[in-house]
Write a protein that binds this ligand. Structure first.
Ligand code: SAM
Ligand code: SF4
Length: 265
């Protein structure tokens, strides 16, 4: 499918929850977030139906994100059902790795192709400071469980302030090299002020070739991360919402009033 600027749209990012087991400083405000009421969160059946329609319309790449996707219950079952769907060529998940010691192998066995794991530092004190509550030992155990589970590809996502020469970034680069994992540095963005950058080695932030639609965990399709425009799948119906999102997808983003956890970056 194509948007009104003739960009091919074949990538759906699905936020399965706005909840998280960490509180990263750049993602959530210190005072916490207004959570989506549980009864408004999409059911697994709804997520599968929306994905099915999107795939029938031309989506070939699906990424599950959050919040933290692994705090959602019955995630492995949902992944398995999606992995069995014809038409998805590239099926990944973005996670903070904290729950991977438990879930890496079941996710791999369920058919997930690849993982993007967020890791911004390998200094335990800095990790706690950046995540406000996380333990680096858990994240590293999760990364090692993912390596052992044999995913097609595991990338580390490292959010940086300014440059990949910062001490935290250098530490993550060395860790990635040691474990044989590709590291992508992502400059910290700000949805409220509209500061965003292209992601080195990725396709994020390149508006002219953007191929994405994003689904929030309460069923809204967002054509752009840096815009408040959204189309409610439950109100409009799945196919009309997808068509409206294609029509409404802006040429480039500006700013948005939500936090990162709503749409998963
Ligand atoms: N909880 C999962 C995780 O952290 O990997 C998935 C959701 S998280 C919102 C998705 C990605 O967005 C992570 O790689 C995270 O580092 C990134 N992210 C969050 N806030 C960001 C910001 N202000 N600027 C750039 N990337 C950000
Ligand atoms: Fe949670 Fe991911 Fe946001 Fe960190 S970046 S608070 S792990 S959703």
């Amino acid at each position: 499918m194509f948007d009104s600027f003739n960009r091919r749209i074949n990538y759906l990012r699905i936020s399965v929850t706005d909840r998280c087991n960490l509180r990263c400083t750049y993602c959530m405000p210190a005072e916490g977030i207004q959570l989506i009421p549980r009864e408004r969160i999409l059911t697994s059946e709804e997520i599968l139906e929306i994905t099915r329609v999107a795939v029938d319309l031309g989506v070939t790449k699906v990424r599950i994100t959050g919040g933290e996707p692994l705090v959602r219950r019955r995630m492995v079952e949902l992944v398995e059902a999606m992995a069995n769907m014809d038409g998805i060529e590239d099926f990944g998940m973005t996670t903070n790795a904290i729950a991977l010691p438990e879930f890496a192998k079941p996710l791999r066995d369920a058919g997930l192709h690849r993982l993007n794991i967020s890791l911004d530092t390998v200094d335990p004190d800095r990790y706690r400071e950046l995540t406000r509550c996380g333990d680096l030992v858990d994240a590293i155990a999760g990364i090692d469980a993912a390596i052992a589970a044999g995913f097609d590809l595991i990338k580390l996502n490292c959010v940086i302030q300014e440059s990949s020469d910062e001490p935290d970034a250098l530490g993550v680069a060395a860790f990635g090299k040691e474990r044989g994992l590709q590291v992508r540095f992502i400059r910290k963005m700000n949805l409220a002020t509209g500061e965003f950058w292209q992601v080195d080695g990725g396709d994020g932030g390149k508006c002219s070739t953007c191929s994405r639609l994003r689904l929030s965990s309460d069923g809204k399709l967002y054509p752009c991360l840096f815009s408040d425009l959204c189309y409610d799948v439950r109100e409009l119906g799945i196919e009309p919402a997808i068509h409206a999102a294609l029509e409404g997808k802006p040429l480039s983003g500006h700013k948005a009033t939500r936090e990162f956890n709503t749409l998963g970056g």
